[in-house]
Design a protein around this ligand. Structure first.
Ligand SMILES: Nc1ncnc2c1ncn2[C@@H]1O[C@H](COP(=O)(O)OP(=O)(O)OP(=O)(O)O)[C@@H](O)[C@H]1O
Ligand SMILES: [Mg+2]
Length: 379
């Protein structure tokens, strides 16, 4: 089925199967080993390196899928504890829905606070969960019930919470402590907490004053090694009757420092540009990059249009500089016609917070290489 539906084997934005997933053997083994030994894991890496993919890949391995119930929630867009509980309840129900287990039948018996959401589809006769946020009156009670339910499963459970740092922004203030207490009481439910905001995540798991201190094994994620990725890319081309020069893969990898999302985006486009029986060569690199950038142009414009003017100026200046140092110096301010050092500083804060800019020591960069290039060229 896959060979027919997946026309371009360089998949971006979702997990399909082992076949389209490159390497991560050691990381998968490490993650698996931790949960098999009853340990929670904090998976922390820069954005777009492959955390979410790794979790799905791990869940897809038979050693995990046959022995555990696995659940995945992405809490990036949640802003309250109630929403968190809502998402978790819904994710568990949806995941179990197609499975035939006695445990599934107990969902509404144990999680009584969600019972009003139980609906039979009038057409298909299929049971469903139809709740809205407002239906969760006392999130703590619902959470207690959900945890009790997980602990009564006939197999151990693994719950992955993606973009976990988000709980620090919830309206309610005691969420970390409350969750930590609940999680600590679990005997057969393991947790994977993933996040890209290194400072926030590290602070949550590594500072003694925080509730989650030492409650999970920390794990990072680095770029996939170049030689391994090159073999993967060549195989995917060959399988579809196309060829790729290893030099192209190397150039892509080096340009984007091996960051998985960017590399996959480029390889996807390069694959599309290569005709059957043809070889993808270095000369196609520029066109591929141009195509990737123009496909995103609308979203770049939208993003920029919604940015306060001072942030926009600073973002453009950083993009033009590629790696910008001394951004509050008078030389930099003069060069880019910026209002003042203090306004640069004020603009940097939200730019960093929203992941538009990254900082390493005194060097600033626009996080998204494609966006950076577009900004540098269009303004
Ligand atoms: N091992 C891999 N092989 C092939 N493609 C991968 C691999 N890992 C990730 N990808 C692809 O790279 C992209 C980025 O991966 P993913 O979304 O997992 O990163 P992330 O670290 O969760 O990013 P973010 O911090 O933005 O959530 C995805 O589109 C995914 O399809
Ligand atoms: Mg992710």
């Amino acid at each position: 089925m896959e060979t027919l539906t997946i026309l371009n084997p360089f998949v971006v934005g979702k997990y399909v199967s082992d076949k389209y997933f490159c390497d991560r053997m050691e990381e998968t083994a490490f993650l698996t080993k931790q949960v098999e030994n009853g340990r929670n894991v904090a998976l922390i890496s820069p954005r777009r390196m492959g955390k979410t993919g790794l979790i799905h890949h791990c869940f897809n391995q038979s050693s995990i899928s046959e022995k555990y119930y696995t659940f995945f929630i992405d809490i990036y867009a949640t802003t309250s504890f109630t929403e968190f509980v809502y998402l978790l309840g819904k994710a568990i129900y949806e995941e179990l829905k197609p499975q035939k287990t006695l445990w599934k039948e107990k969902f509404f018996q144990i999680i009584t606070s969600l019972r009003m959401g139980f609906k039979m589809d009038a057409l298909t006769g299929e049971p469903g969960l139809d709740i809205s946020l407002g239906d969760i009156q006392t999130p703590q009670t619902t959470l207690d019930e959900i945890f009790r339910y997980l602990e009564e499963a006939d197999k151990p459970c693994i719950v992955a919470i993606d973009e976990f740092q988000q709980i620090g922004n919830y309206e309610e203030k005691n969420v970390e402590a409350l969750l930590r207490t609940k999680i600590q009481q679990c005997k057969q439910t393991m947790f994977i907490f993933a996040g890209s905001k290194r400072h926030l995540m590290s602070n949550m798991f590594n500072s003694p004053s925080k509730p989650f201190y030492q409650s999970a094994v920390s794990m990072g994620l680095h770029p996939i090694p170049l030689d391994v990725y090159t073999d993967f890319a060549i195989r995917l081309f060959e399988e579809r009757g196309k060829h790729v020069d290893g030099e192209v893969v190397k150039q892509v990898y080096e340009t984007f420092k091996g960051c998985t999302w960017f590399v996959q985006m480029m390889m996807n486009e390069l694959f599309a540009l290569t005709a059957h029986d043809e070889t993808c060569r270095i000369g196609m690199f520029s066109l591929a990059k141009k195509n990737v950038i123009s496909a995103q142009e609308d979203s770049y414009k939208h993003l920029l249009a919604n940015l306060p003017p001072k942030q926009k100026l600073v973002l453009q200046a950083i993009a033009k500089e590629r790696v910008a140092r001394g951004v509050t110096s008078s030389a930099f301010i003069k060069k880019y016609n910026l209002p003042s050092a203090s306004s640069v500083q004020a603009a940097l804060k939200p730019l960093l917070k929203n992941d538009l800019v990254t900082q390493q020591d005194d060097a600033y960069q626009v996080y998204d290489y494609f966006f950076a290039e577009w900004l540098a060229e269009s303004y």
